[in-house]
Design a protein around this ligand. Structure first.
Ligand SMILES: Nc1nc2c(c(=O)[nH]1)N[C@H]1C(S)=C(S)[C@@H](COP(=O)(O)O)O[C@H]1N2
Ligand SMILES: [Mo]
Length: 167
């Protein structure tokens, strides 16, 4: 009986982990002059960034992972390539960037946070973790704001969309 129970729990947890749709490219659109559609190959042609080591800490305070390095492209370099479409300088304070995963998980950054604080120097769209390409279950393409105090919440696996908007 106990064995059957364990097998049941195991298969249920497998099912839960299957609950994602792997995104193979990231669409950048909204208030930008150049819409982009970036797969891993295209990201690899852009400016390369490799992070230092970091723990991944959930909002609960639990350490979920200890990562040696992430490799990819800084979010601000991607946005520079897309060119945020703005006419009035005052509007920079109103720009936000919404990052959306294929499971609907999402987060926002402000323009100032990305371009006008040190945080932006460590917000990375990555395709490699610990020197290896991301497996499907890790997201294929993902994003993390490494220097967030609790950086689990703004770690977006299966990153699919980067949308620039204005409040
Ligand atoms: N797409 C997506 N990304 C996500 C989540 C999610 O539910 N969906 N959960 C987040 C939470 S709450 C945490 S703590 C971290 C955990 O990262 P890990 O799975 O690499 O340990 O992933 C984050 N990224
Ligand atoms: Mo979390």
């Amino acid at each position: 009986m106990k064995k059957i129970f364990l097998v049941l729990i195991f298969s249920l947890s497998l099912f839960a982990n299957e609950n994602y749709k792997v995104s193979t490219k990231v669409e950048v659109y909204g208030l930008v002059l150049n819409k982009l559609s970036l797969n891993v190959e295209e990201l690899e042609k852009m400016s390369y960034f490799k992070s230092g080591s970091t723990p991944v800490i959930c909002m609960s305070g639990e350490t979920k992972d200890n990562v040696e390095s992430y490799e990819g492209v800084l979010l601000k370099d991607i946005l520079d390539k897309a060119v945020v479409d703005i006419t009035s300088k005052k509007d920079f304070n109103k720009i936000y960037i919404q990052v959306i995963a294929s499971d609907g998980y999402d987060a926002i950054f402000s323009y100032n946070e990305v371009f006008n604080t040190k945080l932006g120097d460590n917000i990375i769209v990555f395709y490699k973790k610990n020197g290896e390409y991301l497996k499907d279950y890790q997201g294929k393409i993902a994003l993390i704001s490494i220097d967030d105090i609790r950086n689990g919440p703004r770690h977006i696996k299966w990153l699919e969309k980067i949308v620039v908007g204005k409040i």
